[in-house]
Each structure stands twice: as structure tokens, then as C-alpha cells.
Design a protein around this ligand. Structure first.
Ligand code: HEM
Ligand code: HEM
Length: 156
């Protein structure tokens, strides 16, 4: 069975993923800010700690992190689907590999949640390490992603 999509739908499908991923890049930076506030709250003392606890940074970070996990996995799979619809194959390049790598990293990172909540320092340290790599790869994906967008625009 072949997909019955008009050429213009196929073309416009190409822009969902880049727009979504730029929004997720902003959301990741916000998640990182909230995560650092979680750390700050844990290390604070006295009045400052009381004030920071009111910010509920742990809850907000976990919520934003969960949204990020779901949309990042769906966004990467969706991009592979659109690439396949338009080209009949995937491009085995750095954007694909880094994208698959990011999916694994965020899955591991999120899976550490129950251990972090029990107070395991190894889980916190691993979470921070994995997410630093995640943010680094995200910057890389933004660069190679824009190059792919430019290629699609000049082909049309
Ligand atoms: C930050 C900005 C990003 C831009 C502008 C961008 C742009 C693109 C574009 C234009 C494509 C071609 C397919 C399509 O048009 O839908 C693509 C493919 C893809 N992207 Fe992104 N992307 C970005 C970030 C990411 C991130 C963060 C991930 C992973 C978490 C990712 C994973 C993928 C994957 C797996 C493919 C399929 C590649 C292939 O099979 O050849 N991208 N991207
Ligand atoms: C951009 C990605 C992310 C960054 C930079 C980040 C960063 C951090 C940081 C710095 C902490 C504080 C660790 C400490 O207390 O020393 C933390 C805690 C935590 N993160 Fe993330 N994180 C990210 C994504 C996620 C995701 C995707 C999830 C789950 C879906 C998540 C769930 C948690 C949880 C449950 C905690 C423990 C909060 C608590 O102490 O109650 N994070 N994160």
C-alpha cells in the first residue's frame, strides 16, 4: 500500500519537525534552568531555602522534563517518517545518528527520576552528565538541522 499524499502536503510536512525542535530547544533551556534551581533549593539554608521551596522547582522541572521527553521522541520519529515519505529512505548522516543518540539519552535521563527522588547522588550526577551531553548535541542538531532545511528550500 502506498501513501496517497499530494506533493504539496509532502513538502509542507518537512517544516513541522524544524519548528517543533526549535520550540523544544527553548523548552530544554528552561528545563535546565529549573533543574539548576532544584539543586540550588537543595543546597540552600534557612530563609532562602524556605523561599526557594515555594517555587516548587522540583515539581515544575519534572513536568517540563516529561513533556520534553514525549515531544522529543515523537519529534525525532516523526522526522524519520517524513524523511522516508519524501525520499523513500533515511539519510545515514550525523543528524540522524545524533538524533537517535539524543532519544536514548533523554530516555535514560528520565528513567533516573525515581532514584533521584529517593535522594541517590549517583542518579543526580548521571542525570546532569547525560543532560549536558543532550544539550550539546541539541546545539549540533540545530546547526545541521538548519542546513537540511536550506537544502529542502533550494531543491523546491
Ligand atoms: C534544532 C533544530 C532542528 C532542525 C532545524 C531540524 C531539521 C530537520 C529536517 C529539516 C529534517 C528532514 C526531515 C523533515 O523535514 O522532517 C530532519 C530530520 C531528522 N531530525 Fe531534525 N532538526 C532539528 C533538531 C533535531 C533533534 C533535536 C532531533 C532528535 C532528538 C532530530 C532528529 C531528526 C531525525 C532522527 C531526522 C531523520 C533524519 C533522516 O532519517 O535522514 N532533529 N531534521
Ligand atoms: C534539558 C534536560 C534536563 C536538564 C538540564 C536537567 C537538569 C537537572 C538538574 C540540574 C537537576 C538537579 C539535580 C540535583 O538536585 O542536584 C535535575 C533533577 C531532576 N530531574 Fe532533570 N534535567 C533535564 C531533564 C529531565 C527530564 C527529561 C526528566 C524526567 C522526565 C527530569 C527529571 C528530574 C527529576 C525527577 C529530578 C529530581 C528532582 C527532585 O530532586 O525532586 N529531568 N535535573
Amino acid at each position: 500500500m502506498s501513501l496517497q499524499l499530494t506533493p504539496s502536503i509532502k513538502y509542507w510536512l518537512n517544516f513541522i519537525h524544524p519548528v517543533l525542535m526549535w520550540a523544544l530547544l527553548a523548552l530544554s533551556i528552561y528545563a535546565a534552568y529549573l533543574g539548576l534551581q532544584v539543586q540550588h533549593t537543595r543546597n540552600a539554608k534557612g530563609e532562602e531555602k524556605k523561599e526557594l521551596i515555594k517555587g516548587r522547582y522540583n515539581v515544575r522541572h519534572y513536568q517540563i522534563g516529561s513533556i520534553l521527553l514525549a515531544l522529543m521522541v515523537a519529534g525525532a520519529i516523526g522526522a524519520m517518517a517524513v524523511t522516508y515519505i519524501n525520499n523513500g529512505k533515511l539519510f545515514f548522516g550525523s543528524h540522524l545518528l545524533a538524533g537517535l543518540g539524543m532519544m536514548s539519552l533523554i530516555a535514560f535521563s528520565a528513567a533516573l527520576s525515581p532514584y533521584m527522588q529517593k535522594g541517590a547522588n549517583w542518579a543526580r550526577a548521571t542525570h546532569i552528565l547525560l543532560n549536558s551531553i543532550l544539550l550539546g548535541l541539541f546545539a549540533w542538531q540545530a546547526v545541521t538541522g538548519v542546513q537540511i532545511v536550506q537544502r529542502i528550500l533550494t531543491q523546491a
